[in-house]
Design a protein around this ligand. Structure first.
Ligand code: GCO
Ligand code: MG
Length: 416
């Protein structure tokens, strides 16, 4: 079963996606997600110029060897572009292998360890009443856990907070308010937002107090600090949120400095999640061995594929650290489906992020997984259970779109 064709598919149904489709000489196809939000074409070029020519004629069954060949053989190891490209190849080959076996992919990963994956959605609001509405809407849709983000008094807009519903009606992506918090204008440079950490630290505990008072003690609540704090600020935030019993507090400090989490951990028992921008196990080594975090945020798409994330999570399991796979709408349905298959199979599953893709995205990526009672579950279709509709994709041409950048009130650049 040799690789005959490998196509790099770039489309923009609601937002930009890069998908790799591998076809074997016996006619099986496999899909892999290679989407790197805001840097999509770098991965597309890496695949087209440097990976596809190496794949043609290779045995599609040799997943491990292909992974090692692309990782070790490149000389230039790691990095988000390289690892997203390797992830796409790896995922597509797993899809093919499972289709060849006539089994849903999770069966090749050891079979089911659970019936479904607990997920959380993104509730947000510019103020508390709007936030409460958003939480209620999520609960009505079946979510049993929510991430909570709000506007900060004094800041005109905050990343991760949906604009008001009226503003969203005319949004470029055509999606509803929930998906409209990345103010990405097409074919334009990034939007600039301003940030004030002290105002944020003053406001957030009061928000969680209000949410707990309204929704009670049981609902799992999460929060994302988007790498914006220093270690001591992060420690203070974790401590101040302890009474509200968060499921996790995410990305408190910029992720490059693993030792920063040591400071945070010394001061708080709020569970910590990190890693959506990591790309190999090396980014986690200190964090695992010193037990500085509780959840691994890497998705398959950005961590080198199913082969690599499985290894990362097995390593994490030794330290009772669990998965918390990234699942925003820029991880394509292919990347999400791969995560569902892995999540259902591993022992140390924690929580899966699930924002739901827009109707346009789902027109191009035909999914078969289900979302019921707050849980995601794979279908019994062979492979990943995703089909890519070329005809629908042709109607959605790529147009650049960037995440916003973040400046302090004095105009200087700040971390994400
Ligand atoms: C999350 C994330 C996203 C990212 C986005 C980057 O936790 O879901 O932080 O909102 O910012 O996916 O591409
Ligand atoms: Mg995040």
């Amino acid at each position: 079963m040799n690789i005959e064709k490998a196509e790099v598919l770039v489309s923009s149904p609601g937002r930009n996606f890069v998908t790799l489709r591998i076809t074997t000489d016996d006619g099986l196809t496999g899909l892999g997600d290679a989407t790197l939000n805001g840097r999509e074409l770098a991965v597309a070029a890496y695949l087209t110029e440097h990976v596809v020519p190496l794949l043609l004629g290779r045995d599609a069954h040799r997943i491990e060897d292909t992974w090692q060949y692309l990782y070790r053989g490149a000389y230039w190891r790691r990095g988000p572009v390289t690892m997203a490209a390797i992830a796409a190849v790896d995922t597509a080959l797993w899809d093919i292998k499972a289709k060849a076996a006539g089994l849903p992919l999770y069966q090749l990963l050891g079979g089911k360890s659970r019936e479904g994956l607990m997920v959380y959605g993104h509730a947000s609001g510019l103020d508390i009443p709007e936030l409460f509405d958003s939480i209620r809407e999520h609960l009505e849709e079946g979510y049993r856990a929510v991430r909570v983000q709000t506007g900060i008094p004094g800041l005109p807009s905050v990343y991760g907070v949906a604009h008001s519903k009226n503003a969203a009606a005319g949004s470029a992506s055509g999606s509803d308010a929930r998906y409209d918090y990345e103010p990405a204008r097409r074919n334009a440079i990034p939007v600039e937002e301003s940030w004030d950490t002290r105002a944020y630290l003053r406001h957030v505990p009061a928000v969680f107090e209000a949410v707990r008072n309204e929704f009670g003690p049981e609902l799992p609540l999460l929060h994302d600090a988007h790498h914006r704090l220093t270690p001591i600020q992060a420690a203070k935030l974790g401590k101040s949120l302890e009474p509200y019993d968060l499921f996790w507090l995410e990305d408190v400090t910029p992720a490059e400095n693993q030792a920063a989490l040591r400071r945070v951990r010394e001061h708080t028992t709020t569970p910590l999640a990190i890693g959506e921008v990591f790309n190999t196990v090396w980014d986690y080594r200190e964090l695992f061995e010193e037990q500085l975090i509780d959840y691994v945020r890497s998705p398959i798409t950005h961590a080198g594929g199913i082969t690599a994330l499985r290894r990362i999570l097995d390593y994490a399991a030794i330290y009772q650290i669990k998965s918390g796979m990234h699942g925003p709408t820029d991880v394509s349905p292919v990347g999400l489906a791969a995560g569902i298959h892995l999540g259902i199979a591993i022992q140390n599953f924690g929580m899966q992020e699930y924002m739901m893709h827009s109707p346009a995205t789902l027109e191009v990526f035909r999914t078969t997984f289900s979302f019921e009672n707050g849980m995601l579950a794979p279908s019994e279709a062979p492979g990943l259970g995703i089909e890519y509709d070329d005809e629908a994709a042709a109607g959605y041409a790529y147009a650049s779109a960037y995440l916003p950048v973040n400046r302090l009130l004095d105009g200087s650049m700040h971390d994400w």
